[in-house]
Ligand binder design. Structure first.
Ligand code: NAD
Length: 431
């Protein structure tokens, strides 16, 4: 794992270039994609202290100790939007815990996973420990139905995730499944206006909004509603271009189909009576007239029943809603079916503390827009952003639990049975 980490660092640019080429995000952002995965591999290097079991003397001469054993063969099914990070959520932990992993990258951008597999081999991972399979639904069905595969890690959309979770669980497999999201930011009027607007624009439009933790819904409390004009001005400054182009802030979306879907959701907002403050449809950089580009789009006066709010858009589109009070904001956000990430922007510690307690989303940012936990914690999405009841989180202690089976051994070694090396010369008294 140490060698694997070193090789990822050496091949950082190569991995990022593959991501930019296939996925479209900017080269700088693709380097971040690699980094967030690399951090999981770095943390996995400390596995020897993380894997220790527990021991207790439970009765005279009797002790119970717990071990973590590998599951055997486990699998990972990955989405298109983080071609390095999500495979790296799985490869390090699954293998350092002693499992063999079958990983299926997204059929839309499998290049980074192939490079990672090559690096794992170069680092000395034994033959057969990491296996890459390609394909789409048919390959996934094989993974679900093959009895020798004991666990499935899935990250992707609701539809595929719910199907894989249900069918995989029916087959008796352990399944962890991260699904879609609608991540809200609650903007209090006492927040630092400039810093907040900067943070929001970056988090809404970075990676063309194709991040599961992208901020896609703004809830503006009271006078914060006046900040929308700043947001529009900032968003207009962003450069939309191919990911390798100098100065590009956001690249294209993943496919023509995705572009059309996003554009139709923007149109649905207009048809439903929302206000289109900034319309990014129809934009193409001069050099790429046929690209799947959408420029930053901001929609205000959105209401909870509108399709642009109820559906995950997964594009550079920010929907904005106005409320009068902090309590209204919390109620509105908690009423949403998703619970991946959320953020509050305020200068009041008391407001932040109350927000962090009352809000249901699983990953909360306070004056920080994309609160993805580092790998010493776990990725703790909640509600509709995970399948099942939760608990099977990626990486961290929870990830370790997912990839291992606890075994307890209780042993009795009577001290009276110990073979004595010293002969006794006294007559036995049985006392
Ligand atoms: P997707 O569901 O289309 O694809 C994910 C994986 O599932 C791919 O490997 C694909 O081949 C497979 N798949 C797709 N349809 C299938 C089917 N019918 N049967 C079996 N397998 C199928 O997702 P995507 O478009 O690649 O990724 C974007 C989605 O992933 C967004 O909804 C985003 O929010 C979500 N996501 C969530 C997280 C998270 O941690 N919550 C992280 C990243 C992405």
């Amino acid at each position: 794992m140490f060698r694997f980490v070193a090789l990822i660092r050496e091949n950082w640019d190569r991995l990022a270039a593959s991501i930019t080429l296939e996925q479209g995000k900017t080269f700088a952002d693709a380097k971040g994609d690699v980094l967030r995965g690399l951090q999981v591999a770095e943390t996995a290097c400390g596995i020897t202290t993380q894997l220790t079991g527990e021991v207790l003397e439970v009765a005279k001469d009797m002790e119970t100790r717990s071990y973590r054993e590998p599951l055997g063969i486990v699998s990972a099914i990955c989405p298109f939007n983080f071609p390095a990070m999500i495979p790296l959520w799985c490869i390090p932990l699954a293998t350092v815990t002693g499992n063999c992993l079958i990983l299926k990258p997204s059929e839309r951008d499998p290049g980074a996973a192939m490079i990672l597999a090559e690096l794992a081999k170069e680092a000395g991972l034994p033959e057969g420990v990491l296996n890459i399979v390609h394909g789409a639904a048919k390959t996934v069905n094989f993974i679900i139905d093959e009895p020798r595969i004991k666990a499935i890690s899935f990250v992707g959309s609701d539809k595929a995730g719910k199907y894989i979770y249900t069918r995989g669980s029916e087959q008796g497999k352990r399944v962890q499944a991260n699904l879609g999201a609608k991540n809200h930011a609650c903007i209090m009027p006492d927040a630092n206006r400039n810093a907040t607007v900067n943070a929001l624009v970056g988090a809404a439009f970075g990676a063309a909004g194709q991040r599961c933790m992208a901020l896609s819904a703004l809830v503006l409390v009271g006078e914060a509603q006046e900040w929308l004009s700043d947001m529009v001005e900032q968003a207009k400054q962003l450069k939309v271009n191919a990911g390798f182009e100098e100065g590009a802030d956001l690249g294209p979306v993943i496919s023509k189909h995705s572009k059309e879907r996003i554009e139709s959701l923007i149109q649905s907002a207009v048809d439903d009576g929302a206000t289109l403050l900034l319309d990014g449809r129809g934009y193409n950089p001069e050099k790429y007239p046929n690209g799947n580009f959408i420029a930053p789009t901001i929609i205000s006066n959105v209401k909870p029943h509108m399709k642009c709010y109820t559906e995950e858009i997964f594009g550079p589109v920010l929907v904005c809603m106005n409320v009068d009070t902090f309590e209204d904001a919390v109620d509105l956000i908690n009423a949403n079916k998703y619970g991946n990430g959320v953020a509050v922007f305020t200068n009041s510690g008391a407001t932040a503390a109350r927000f962090q307690r009352d809000i249901e989303a699983g990953q909360v940012g306070i004056n920080t827009p994309i609160p993805v936990p580092l790998p010493m914690f776990s990725f703790t999405g909640n509600k509709g952003s995970i399948a099942g009841q939760g608990g099977n989180y990626f990486y961290g202690k929870s990830g370790l639990n997912f990839y291992t089976q606890l075994k307890t051994v209780t042993s009795l070694w009577r001290s009276s049975d110990a073979i004595s090396t010293k002969a006794s010369t006294a007559m036995p008294t049985n006392s």
